[in-house]
Write a protein that binds this ligand. Structure first.
Ligand code: NAI
Length: 469
């Protein structure tokens, strides 16, 4: 089989960066070059302050950078030299045109593919790492083959990434499985084997699954749809709990003890966020519609609709509890990232919640340990509105700590499950209580607080999935 000696990765984002850094860390015999068009992102990867926060990432990058791990904007050179190229560029939901709001925008994948076709002077294995609709490899193959000749061939593989932000390095070092799809032809299977051998440097071979191309592409969308569906299912049940006196944590535990169901991903919350779940399900919905399967499309669409409902329901509960008005009330927002241990805010539930609170003329004071002030204002600005930051700054302030955020506040809303917000881990809730307006409310949107302890201090505590006490 072909032995991979040089890897190039197009796209130095949340996926391309950590994935290829781990390959370099585990395969000292392979040179790995990560390329991006975005110069400041590459500069950050080459600096002491990496562009993304991910526990354990620094150590791995600092250890291999300059040895067999390189970050550059020199696309041509890197593609020319590589035997295997990962395409790990962004595939956001289309904003306009056919399929707007549902379909994945494949413009970046296509332009990356064309770049490869234009530059390559020798045979390459091209690997889809980005999450793409089923049968995208076909389009990539058509573009590449139109540019190949008897001296150059392109083999296409699908190798979707299953890492979760916040635990990316551990997920990459100890993956549940690695999935590699390829055409089931002798050449396709040879290419597949070449990538299997890269992962086999550290992943047990029984965890490396090989399938046909289309199964691999669809499995990524399917896995995210199934994961998000569990969250929407438990969130739907949380609404029933609030109305009946059942407790969602108890229900989730009782159900999760059934080994057929299992305990993971059954935590109720203000709703899922992140760049992937919503995008990938909408992508699956669009695919189903294209395949003339409207019932299937409607089924998966409901997972996203329920998520929106959950956020709205939480906002209504906050407003209703605060005596039906939050005008000029101070609301402390604990957490802005879409989950703990990441600085990523893409599709974060906190964005929707804050926008709704601002609409109601509340004063919002936000604290997140990893998200920058600029990012928060960017996320809260309405696209197309010319500079509404000034207006926004009347309503929104950024705090440097949970204490600063809750000073004089009427209510605290927990939007991200950062460990530092947990009672008696780090925060002194008595101190927080003393400095708040009374009655002092806490809304736990992540089920991380010990409500009893907080009530003993004097707080009025409202928790997702529990009736008001
Ligand atoms: P990202 O937006 O962080 O990174 C993508 C990078 O690609 C950007 O820095 C962009 O400048 C660069 N890029 C675009 N076109 C390029 C080109 N032609 N040449 C070189 N660089 C180019 O996106 P992220 O989060 O890394 O996601 C990438 C893909 O991986 C998406 O398809 C996503 O759905 C998928 N994915 C993401 C996961 C996540 O947790 N973020 C997990 C699993 C899959």
């Amino acid at each position: 089989t072909t032995q991979v000696k040089k890897i190039c990765c197009l796209g130095a984002g949340y996926v391309g960066g950590p994935t290829c850094a781990v390959i370099a860390y585990k395969c000292h015999d392979i040179d790995v070059t990560i390329v991006d068009l975005n110069e400041s992102r590459i500069a950050a990867w080459n600096s002491d302050h990496l562009p993304i926060y991910e526990p354990g990432l620094d150590k791995i990058v600092f250890e291999r950078r300059g040895k067999n791990l390189f970050f550059t904007t020199q696309v041509e050179q890197s593609v020319l030299e590589a035997d295997l190229i990962f395409v790990s560029v962004n595939t956001p939901t289309k904003k306009s045109g056919l399929g707007a709001g549902f379909a994945a925008d494949l413009a970046y994948v296509e332009s990356a593919t064309r770049q490869i076709a234009d530059v390559a002077k020798s045979s390459k294995i091209v690997v889809e790492k980005s999450t793409v609709p089923c049968r995208t490899a076909e389009s990539m193959r058509t573009i590449l083959e139109a540019n190949s000749n008897e001296n150059i061939r392109f083999d296409i593989l699908s190798n979707p990434e299953f890492l979760a932000e916040g635990t990316a390095i551990n997920d990459l070092l100890n993956p549940d499985r690695v999935l590699i799809g390829g055409l089931q032809t002798p050449e396709g299977m040879k290419a597949q084997q070449a990538l299997v051998e890269v992962y086999a440097h550290w992943v047990p071979t029984d965890r490396i699954i090989t399938t046909n191309l289309w199964s691999s592409e669809l499995s990524k969308l399917a896995a995210n749809a199934l994961l998000a569906q569990r969250i929407s299912s438990i969130n739907a049940l949380s609404a029933i709990c609030e109305a009946t006196g059942a407790d969602i944590d108890e229900v989730a535990y009782a159900c999760g003890r059934d080994t057929r169901i299992g305990p993971k991903f059954l935590k109720a919350s203000v709703g899922f966020g992140g760049s992937c779940f919503q995008k990938d399900i909408l992508n699956l919905v669009y695919l189903s519609e294209q395949l003339n399967l409207p019932e299937v499309a409607a089924y998966w669409k409901q997972v996203v609709d329920l998520n929106e409902y959950q956020k709205k329901r939480f906002v209504s509960r906050v407003i209703k509890t605060l005596f039906n008005t939050i005008t000029n009330k101070k609301i402390a927002i604990f957490g802005f990232a879409f989950k703990k241990d990441t600085g990523d805010t893409r599709e974060s539930a906190a964005i929707t919640l804050c926008k709704d609170f601002i609409q109601e003329n509340a004063k919002v004071r936000i604290y997140d340990p990893k998200v920058t002030t600029e990012q928060i204002f960017l996320d809260l600005s309405e696209p197309g509105v010319v500079d509404n930051t000034k207006q926004l700054k009347n309503r929104v302030t950024i705090a440097k700590s949970a204490y600063e955020a809750s000073e004089d506040a009427d209510a605290i809303v927990i939007t991200t499950e950062w460990d530092e917000f947990k009672v008696s881990i780090e925060l002194d809730y008595q101190k927080i209580y003393d400095q708040m307006h009374k009655p002092a409310f806490i809304f736990d949107g992540r089920l991380i607080l010990d409500a009893e302890k907080l009530r003993n201090i004097g707080f009025r505590v409202h928790t997702i999935g529990r009736a008001e006490a």
